[in-house]
Each structure stands twice: as structure tokens, then as C-alpha cells.
Design a binder for this molecule. Structure first.
Ligand SMILES: N[C@@H](CCC(=O)N[C@@H](CS)C(=O)NCC(=O)O)C(=O)O
Length: 251
């Protein structure tokens, strides 16, 4: 059986899950525990050094795919449902994946920095048994993990202002693209004239503006992920994302 290893609260895992679900590809989901789960992940990827991340999909014929877009491409060749990577839009989708990655990395850096000042959010990041038994220890462990993730993805190398600018550029581009798309009745607008991976990848940028209700996040982590200023400035995009979820995020 195909297995997806991921983090329930991560936008990258959500990209892969959404693609698999909308293509109706069956799989089992396994929760990845950062740090503790890393040796097994390295063994699975046969990568002893360097950066490893989730989502990771192990297919029913034994292939291991270690990137959300790669997983979505694989799902597009399976199952049924909307074509996520129409040939004529390959180049645009590749560009949007890149834009989304940069905005998500910037958003993650800012969210992690907010978490470092929020003991409750840090505790939510610790493994469940520790969180329930020993709250102060959970906060300290969560803090170690959050600091490590910030450094692992280079989030500490730029200042908050630069990260904010990266997010704003992606949000501006998303708004401009949506304005160009023709509305079709009550259906939500899509970026490329029909639902594709472009919509999945770009809608995830909004996780660091206002996380969708569907994302499994503790209340403290939710407030750290969100940016109230950006939420006020990009209400139209949040409404679009929520409409997209209602129309296309069916399972
Ligand atoms: N380009 C990768 C990026 C994945 C990524 O950044 N994953 C993060 C999500 S926060 C992760 O695995 N974090 C946990 C860790 O690094 O231990 C993809 O699209 O799958």
C-alpha cells in the first residue's frame, strides 16, 4: 500500500495530500516525528548526510518520492480527477511552485520566530506524551526543535523584513493572476482556467497569513502561523482559498 509520511500541520504535506486526495489515489498516512523520526527517514531515503524533509511518499511498487511537487506529479499519473499538470502549463506551474516555496520558507521563518516567544506554541510542538505529562519540559523540547528547524532551512540568515517582502511579492502575484482569470458562475476562480497544482501550491502560501480551518494545528501554533496585518490586507485571497477548499478539498 502506498504510504505518505508527513507532518499534519505542514503546508508541504498538505500540498501532497491534496494532490493525492483530489486524484483519488489511496494511501495510508503516517505521522513524522521530527528529530526522533529522522534516522528512519534517512534510512528510507538512503541519505546519511544533508537535509531531509517530509512529505515522503513510498509507492506501492517501492519508489520513494521526497518532494511535494514530485508526489503530486506522480498522483497526476494515477487515479482520476482534474489534471494537475496540464502539458501546456508546465512552465508556469514550475515557476509557481518555486514562488510558493520561497514564500512558504519566508512565512515559516517568521512563524518559527513568533513561536520562540510563545511557550504554549512551543509545548504544542513536543511529542504528545511529553506534552501531556510535563508542560515545562515540552516547551523546552519544542524550543529546541523550532530553533533547529529555523537554522536547518536557513530562516535565520535573513531578517523579518526581508521575509515579509518575499511573502508580499508572492501574494501580489497571486492577486494579479486571479484578477486576470475569468470567473465561471459560482465556481471559485482558478489560476490557469481549471483546477491544477498551481492552485494547490499557491493557496498554501496563505497558511502564513491565516491558516485554513482544515489544517490540524493547536490554538497557540495557529496564532503564531497567522499574520493579522497580512490577513487584513489580503482578505480577498483568504476568501478565495476558503472557496477553493470547499470546492476541491473534498476528503
Ligand atoms: N521542497 C520540499 C520541502 C519540504 C519541507 O520543507 N518540509 C518541512 C516542513 S516544515 C519538514 O520536513 N520539516 C520537518 C523537519 O525538517 O524535520 C517539499 O516540497 O516537499
Amino acid at each position: 500500500m502506498t504510504e505518505l509520511l508527513g507532518l499534519v500541520f505542514s503546508a508541504w504535506t498538505e500540498k501532497a495530500r491534496w494532490a493525492l486526495d483530489v486524484r483519488r489515489v489511496p494511501y495510508t498516512f503516517r505521522h513524522y516525528q521530527p528529530l526522533i523520526g529522522e534516522p528512519a527517514l534517512r534510512a528510507k531515503l538512503r541519505r546519511l548526510t544533508g537535509r531531509v524533509s517530509v512529505p515522503v511518499l513510498t509507492t506501492d511498487d517501492g519508489r520513494v518520492l521526497a518532494d511535494s511537487a514530485e508526489i503530486a506529479r506522480w498522483a497526476d499519473g494515477r487515479g482520476a480527477g482534474p489534471t494537475l499538470f496540464p502539458a501546456e502549463h508546465e512552465a508556469t506551474i514550475a515557476r509557481l511552485i518555486d514562488l510558493s516555496e520561497r514564500a512558504l520558507s519566508a512565512g515559516r521563518a517568521r512563524a518559527l520566530s513568533r513561536m520562540l516567544a510563545d511557550d504554549e506554541a512551543l509545548a504544542e510542538m513536543a511529542p504528545g506524551p511529553i506534552r501531556r505529562a510535563l508542560r515545562p519540559l515540552a516547551s523546552r523540547l519544542g524550543g529546541l526543535g523550532v530553533r533547529r528547524t529555523l537554522h536547518k532551512y536557513g530562516g535565520h540568515t535573513a531578517g523579518g523584513e526581508a521575509h515579509l517582502q518575499t511573502q508580499v511579492e508572492a501574494l501580489g502575484e497571486l492577486r494579479a493572476m486571479l484578477a486576470r482569470g475569468a470567473p465561471s458562475g459560482d465556481a471559485p476562480r482558478t489560476l490557469l482556467g481549471g483546477f491544477t497544482f498551481a492552485d494547490i501550491t499557491m493557496s498554501q502560501v496563505l497558511v502564513n497569513v491565516a491558516p485554513p480551518a482544515e489544517l490540524k494545528l493547536g490554538p497557540a501554533s495557529r496564532r503564531c502561523f497567522a499574520d493579522p496585518d497580512l490577513r487584513d490586507r489580503y482578505e480577498d485571497l483568504i476568501a478565495w482559498r476558503d472557496q477553493l477548499y470547499r470546492a476541491f478539498r473534498t476528503s
